[in-house]
Design a binder for this molecule. Structure first.
Ligand code: SF4
Ligand code: SF4
Ligand SMILES: [Zn+2]
Length: 143
C-alpha cells in the first residue's frame, strides 16, 4: 500500500495533491500545495483559495472552519472536480473535519489504490498509470 506520510499535501481546499498528475509525474514533479513554487503550475501558485485571507482566521488551515464555507470559489472548484474527476473537495473537507486528517488520509489510500497492482491512482486519470486497470473513482459523481 502506498505510504501517505504527512498532511502537508492535503490542500486547504480539500484537494489531495498526492493524487494529482502534477505531483505524480516523474519529470519536474509539483511539490504539492504547500511546497515551493518551483515546478508548480501557475494556477496553483496564484490560487485564490490557498492565498485567501480568511483561511488564517479560521484556525484549522482548511476552508471548513471559515464562516463563508463553502464560498462560491470553493463551490466552483468542487463542481468542476465532481463533474470531471469523481472527487468532491467539500466532502473531503467535511470528512477531515469529522474524522480528523489521519483517518481521512487512511480512507483516501483505500479509495485511491489500484486494486490490481497496488499503486496510488491519479484523480485526473481514467486508468492506473502502472497496470492500466480502470480507476473506478474516476468520472462524474451522481448528485
Ligand atoms: S499542481 Fe496544484 S493540485 Fe496538483 S500537486 Fe501541485 S499544488 Fe497540488
Ligand atoms: S471557504 Fe473561506 S477560507 Fe476557503 S476560499 Fe472561501 S472564503 Fe476563503
Ligand atoms: Zn494498477
Amino acid at each position: 500500500m502506498p505510504d501517505v506520510k504527512s498532511s502537508e499535501h492535503i490542500a486547504p481546499c480539500g484537494m489531495n495533491c498526492y493524487l494529482c498528475t502534477g505531483y505524480q509525474r516523474k519529470r519536474r514533479p509539483c511539490p504539492g500545495c504547500y511546497g515551493p513554487d518551483e515546478n508548480k503550475p501557475k494556477h496553483c501558485t496564484v490560487c485564490k483559495i490557498k492565498n485567501c485571507e480568511e483561511l488564517a482566521r479560521g484556525g484549522s488551515g482548511f476552508c471548513y472552519s471559515c464562516e463563508s464555507f463553502p464560498c462560491k470559489r470553493l463551490k466552483q472548484l468542487d463542481t468542476r472536480y465532481k463533474t470531471r474527476y469523481g472527487m468532491s473537495m467539500i466532502e473531503n473537507l467535511q470528512d477531515i473535519k469529522t474524522h480528523g486528517i489521519e483517518e481521512f488520509k487512511k480512507a483516501q489510500v483505500i479509495k485511491w489504490t489500484c486494486k490490481k497492482c497496488g499503486l496510488l491512482l491519479c484523480v485526473h486519470r481514467e486508468r492506473c498509470q502502472d497496470c492500466g486497470e480502470v480507476n473506478e473513482g474516476y468520472g462524474p459523481i451522481a448528485n
